[in-house]
Design a protein around this ligand. Structure first.
Ligand code: RP5
Length: 169
């Protein structure tokens, strides 16, 4: 399902060390039948490539960008500076400050340049949110998302039922 040519979602990250978390965004997109591309780009280490990626994204057919980064996590904000496509930011846990640094770096964007910021390590929700944006104009995807949401509800109802049964024994 990862397909560079015709992917509406681009998942990018600052380092391969972000991949164990960021692959969760790809996993949920695969569950929902949404194509995506994966790339490593760094706002600090490859700033030119990051700019080129962002300025050309719309032309390549990208509709939503998911950007994960940790520490001084400037990648989502820099990408948002260069495109009008929606950018979803995923703060990745950092070894020294636990990801609070990543979260604040991504969420505190200046007025006029938003990044939709997920929870620390919230890559799965980033994938779901990207799909929700695409589903506004895609009834088939909307239906698949409803099925997934119903399954979430059913899992909770099942857990509540089994808790009740255990307490009644
Ligand atoms: C950030 O620095 C990356 O997003 C990563 O979370 C963090 C550490 O990168 P590595 O030193 O592991 O490459 O740019």
């Amino acid at each position: 399902m990862s397909d560079r040519a015709v992917s509406p979602v681009a998942i990018i990250m600052g380092s391969d060390s972000d991949l164990p978390i960021m692959k969760e965004a790809g996993a949920v997109l695969e569950e929902l039948g949404v194509r995506y591309q994966l790339d490593i780009l760094s706002a600090h280490r490859t700033p030119e490539q990051a700019r080129e990626f962002a300025t050309g994204a719309r032309e390549r057919g990208t509709k939503v960008i998911i950007a994960g980064a940790g520490g001084a996590a400037h990648l989502p904000g820099v990408i948002a500076a260069y495109t009008t496509l929606p950018v979803i930011g995923v703060p990745i846990t950092s070894p020294d400050l636990g990801g609070i640094d990543s979260l604040l770096s991504i969420v505190q964007m200046p007025r006029g340049v938003p990044v939709a910021t997920m929870a620390i390590n919230g890559a799965r929700n980033a994938g779901i949110f990207a799909a929700q944006i695409l589903a506004v104009a895609d009834p088939g995807l909307q239906e698949r998302m409803l099925v997934q949401k119903r399954a979430l509800a059913e899992a909770v109802i099942e857990k509540a039922k089994s808790l009740k049964e255990r307490r009644e024994q």
